[in-house]
Ligand binder design. Structure first.
Ligand SMILES: C[S@@+](CC[C@H](N)C(=O)[O-])C[C@H]1O[C@@H](n2cnc3c(N)ncnc32)[C@H](O)[C@@H]1O
Length: 248
């Protein structure tokens, strides 16, 4: 399978990922149905880069006939453990183990950017039936909240990222130009213990590549800072889901 070392890093912390990462609000699947022009119930769907199954489980609950496709064996094991009723195959978006024209909807939740579009675009077009939909989405922290913007600046300093705050439209600038995408942005929140918030950060691939010692140092400092912002130990995280859907 053609996946990069950083894309592989999720496998090192698959159980933590499953426990701590945010899922997605129902409005995302409502919008997928609207833009795909069909209900998910009964649809033949493959969820690629399915990870531990956060999005796959939502698609399954809507009645989609969903197959999970995931390259990481440890992520796939978590999916199998948590959702034994959902069919799963090891594979990646650059070389899909799927028959041509076999799908109504192809989804990538937080995983399209790990593929090589020179391969994953033609693969998506191959496996979708005419009129089928490719749906890509990402949960991004909402940087309009001051505490999130400040945390993001600390993260960018740690990982030598750009000085400027991220542009909310950046997600959509990298979409494959050969497809005609319609985009939506949906805001939502989740309230979690501070320990979950920090464990979620630790499951980012940048931290998985950084190593335990430097990660622990950063997270200890974050805990001290956030204890002041959220003295009751409960963090309200706010996300904006960026969704892009294109029909074949
Ligand atoms: C951030 S996780 C998203 C997991 C899940 N979709 C979710 O919403 O939580 C990214 C996933 O993409 C997978 N991945 C990495 N390279 C990939 C590729 N080339 N094709 C498909 N998936 C890939 C990783 O193994 C990981 O499970």
């Amino acid at each position: 399978m053609k996946i990069t070392p950083q894309a592989r890093s999720f496998d090192e912390a698959a159980a933590d990922y499953a426990e701590n990462r945010p899922s997605y609000p129902p409005t995302v699947l409502d919008a997928v149905e609207e833009l795909a022009g069909r209900p998910l119930r009964g649809a033949r769907v493959a969820d690629v880069g399915a990870g531990t199954g956060l999005a796959t489980a939502l698609l399954h609950a809507r009645g989609a006939r969903v197959l999970a496709v995931e390259p990481g064996p440890a992520m796939a094991s978590q999916l199998r453990l948590r959702h034994p009723e959902i069919p799963l195959v090891l594979g990646d978006g650059n070389n899909l183990p799927l028959a041509s024209g076999s799908l109504d909807v192809l989804t990538y939740a937080q995983s399209w950017h790990w593929t090589d579009p020179r391969s994953s675009v033609p693969e998506a077009l191959r496996v979708l039936r005419p009129g089928g939909a490719l749906a890509l989405w990402w949960n991004d922290s909402d940087h309009t909240l001051p505490w999130i913007a400040e945390q993001d600046a600390r993260l960018r300093r740690l990982f030598s990222g750009p000085d400027d705050a991220p542009d909310p439209a950046a997600r959509f600038r990298g979409l494959p130009p050969e497809l005609d995408f319609t985009t939506r942005r949906m805001s939502w929140t989740r309230t979690v213990p501070l320990t979950t918030h920090l464990a979620n950060l630790a499951s980012y691939s940048d931290f998985l590549m950084l190593g335990k010692e430097a990660t622990d140092t950063f997270l200890d400092a974050e805990r001290n800072l956030l204890n002041k912002v959220f003295p009751d130990g409960t963090v309200e995280e706010r996300y904006v889901v960026g969704l892009a859907v294109a029909r074949r």
